[in-house]
Design a protein around this ligand. Sequence first.
Ligand SMILES: NC(=O)c1ccc[n+]([C@@H]2O[C@H](COP(=O)([O-])OP(=O)(O)OC[C@H]3O[C@@H](n4cnc5c(N)ncnc54)[C@H](OP(=O)(O)O)[C@@H]3O)[C@@H](O)[C@H]2O)c1
Length: 341
Amino acid sequence: MTQWNAYRAIETQSEPSVVTASWQQVDNTCLPEIGTDKGQGEVLIKVQYSSVNYKDALSASGNRGVTRSFPHTPGIDAAGTVISDASGMFSEGQEVIVFGYDLGMNTCGGYADFIRVPAAWVLTKPEQLSLADSMRWGTAGFTAALSVQKLLKAEIKPDGGKVIVTGATGGVGSVAVALLAKLGFSVVAVTGKAAAHDWLINLGASEVISRDELLPMAKKPMTRPLYQAGIDTCGGDMIAAVLPQLQYGGALTTCGMVAGADFSASVFPFILRGVDLLGVDSVEIAQTDKQLLVKKIADHWQLPNLVDFTETIGRSELSAVLADVLAGKGQGRYLLVLDQE
Ligand SMILES: NC(=O)c1ccc[n+]([C@@H]2O[C@H](COP(=O)([O-])OP(=O)(O)OC[C@H]3O[C@@H](n4cnc5c(N)ncnc54)[C@H](OP(=O)(O)O)[C@@H]3O)[C@@H](O)[C@H]2O)c1
């Protein structure tokens, strides 16, 4: 087994907007012993799987909004086995999941053989969810599940009307489409990829519309109420285009900003149709809430088609996938197998 004081990790430099990540044999500066000046966490984990998210692509391309100092090891998701835990909460060999908090942002992340993190970041893997599946879901999938959870709390119902999902071929979007379809909702998928329409129908969408068809709605204060609810993964004008099309009492979740951080919209959908805009954060939510979400996925929300829309990649393919995701060309989820070249 690789010794943790000389392990493989991807290192990325601070080239703005270009993925410059490459695998290196590195020393243990990212994994300092607890109690030293740099001791950051109680739990040392052998990483077996990670995944690829938009935020990983930002970090891997030197985006200082995500990662302040370089070289850096990205990877906001990790799943593996505990090597040691100074907190006593986890036992050696236990299978665990870590996502969010500072992992892969300014703490060395899951694109490495090992991570060391605070015990307060570590989740116990439910028995019914495999380590690999936990990373097929990954941050993007967990965010989709949180978005669906928020809409269910807002009392959306399968017979209440269509649900629209933007950025539908992306990580969050694809899992949202598949999960809503599994729960019996009629899903309208919005995509910028003309070639992905059949793929989205196979995923569970009942209708696919192009981004170009949706965007002109951003200029209208209110239109025909076509959708019971929506999951927006893009931000910017995409939010402004969905809001005027929500039914009375409708709700829209927002989690991302690939299309922009700002939007301009009329207040009419809010004050005349009572619609709600619901923010979703997967990063800083309490460890107990993350654990409950992972259990809900394991017990009730497993997706039989998850393997079909997740590409399994080895270490040598990671840089190219990060570049694709950065360029908005990603499709579905990506499972990184650390032991696969
Ligand atoms: N709040 C949270 O906790 C949280 C957690 C996870 C992710 N996020 C955020 O959610 C967003 C999506 O994440 P992800 O991992 O799913 O990313 P992703 O896999 O790259 O998917 C984003 C999708 O958005 C669409 N898109 C790309 N550029 C666009 C543009 N300029 N205008 C409109 N649509 C565009 C594309 O889908 P189509 O080609 O199908 O349109 C793309 O596949 C990111 O901003 C990410 O940072 C937030």
